[in-house]
Design a binder for this molecule. Structure first.
Ligand code: PLP
Length: 414
């Protein structure tokens, strides 16, 4: 990265422009795919750019977010939680109240609208825990598209409720039998299938990663979170909070939260931005902390920090939360990390469970285990920023899907 770029980016505001024309965020991102899918990615880029300047498209997207998803999601002041963790105020951005119970629907509706705009009658998606599968099946049903969800057969076994929900919503769930039969294999199978069916099929990608332009597409559709936040800071008289935090799997809810803040506020007025990545059993055991422990490399069509072995092969990630259980991270987060514009901290399974229980009992909200990783940052921020500090946290989803896991972990008397 040149000094000039670094300086521009560090200035935030107008200086921070990503990605570049080739889809790079500093050294990260890009497009590492077979020649056969290049034309489809180029077409997507064209159609997406066009859609972003089409008032009719933006209006349709906006009205579905309002009337179908239930946006804007509230910014709720969690007084008992703030007291319990020792902060002046904690505000929760309630993505758990969005239709289907998480932020993923913002992106799947956006991409399914793009599929329709391109005249493709069929969408495909990869899923690990099944959350993105359900969100895609939902948007496909809403917009009258045929839908196939690729899922490792091990994940199909572990996530039978989301498999069943996807089928109820009219999607076909396609088992993937290769390798460990989980998310990484499902992504590979989806990309391969896409190369064979690009003429009538749109690939709905689930997080802010994959080959260019997907990280930007997902960021733009999820940025509704951060844009609402900036307006809500004013509405609630918060001004600029001391910190804003979110959990990071591939990074879509976090980039949707952070990007509008990084670009909308200058350096002096920006809050501290903190992302929580999965430390699983601890950084010496099995985990999903791509930034703390990974090295730059290429996987699933893009360059970023990855957990890999000595030969550069991706290693299996682990987290108690299925949504953070991915060995890579979106390229924009890798760049924001290197620039020091966002700080990323590892959070263990155990810390996430403590935070999970705290929100259940303190506020009557059962959070997703992913979101609980962000909640676990709060006591640390209280120590660092003091007892008057104001912290805003994106609560990415609700925890109904996780009750079996927390019961197994012994919460609530097991
Ligand atoms: C999928 C998921 C995540 C992780 O995905 P990101 O792309 O990092 O946002 C986080 N929280 C919930 C509730 C999820 O379903």
């Amino acid at each position: 990265m040149s000094d000039r770029t670094r300086e521009d980016a560090a200035l935030g505001g107008a200086g921070y422009r990503t990605p570049d024309a080739r889809g790079y965020y500093g050294p990260y991102g890009g497009r590492f795919v077979p020649e056969t899918v290049m034309p489809a990615l180029e077409e997507l880029e064209r159609v997406f750019d066009d859609a972003l300047t089409d008032d009719a498209f933006l209006e349709q997207f906006g009205s579905l977010l309002a009337d179908y998803v239930g946006r804007p999601t509230p910014l709720y002041r969690a007084r008992r939680l703030a007291e319990a963790v020792g902060l002046g105020a904690v505000w929760l951005k309630r993505e758990d109240l969005a239709h289907t119970g998480a932020h993923k629907i913002n992106n799947t509706i956006g991409q399914c609208l793009l599929a329709r705009r391109m005249g493709k009658p069929r969408v495909i998606a990869e899923t690990g825990a099944g959350q993105h599968g359900v969100a895609t099946a939902t948007a496909a049903a809403l917009l009258g598209l045929e839908c196939a969800v690729f899922m490792g057969s091990e994940d199909i076994r572990r996530q039978s409720l989301n498999v069943y929900k996807s089928r109820l919503l009219g999607a076909e769930v396609v088992p993937v039998e290769e390798g460990a039969r989980t998310l990484a294999e499902a992504v590979t199978a989806t990309l391969r299938h896409w190369t064979e069916r690009v003429e009538d099929t749109f690939y709905v990608l689930g997080s802010a990663l994959g080959p260019h332009p997907y990280p930007r597409v997902v960021r733009e559709f999820q940025s509704v979170i951060g844009r609402e936040l900036l307006a809500q800071f004013d509405e609630h008289g918060i001004g600029t909070p001391d910190a804003v935090c979110a959990c990071v799997g591939g990074g879509s809810n976090a980039i949707g939260t952070f990007h509008p803040i990084v670009t909308g506020l200058g350096e002096g007025e920006r809050p501290l931005l903190v992302g929580a990545e999965a430390a699983g059993e601890g950084l010496d055991g099995r985990h999903g902390a791509s930034l703390a422990k990974g090295e730059p490399g290429v996987m699933h069509g893009f360059m970023s920090y990855l957990l890999q072995d000595e030969r550069g092969n991706p290693i299996e990630a682990h987290s108690i939360s299925a949504g953070l259980d991915y060995p890579g991270i979106g390229p924009e987060h890798a760049y924001l990390h290197d620039l020091g514009l966002v700080r990323y901290e590892p959070v263990t399974d155990e810390e996430a469970l403590v935070a999970f229980e705290l929100l259940c009992r303190g506020e009557g909200i059962i959070p997703a285990l992913e979101s609980s990783h962000a909640l676990a940052l709060l006591p640390r921020l209280a120590v660092e920023l003091g007892s008057d500090a104001v912290v805003v946290l994106t609560l990415s989803g609700r925890g109904d899907k996780d009750v079996d896991i927390v019961r197994e972990a012994g919460l609530g008397g097991g």
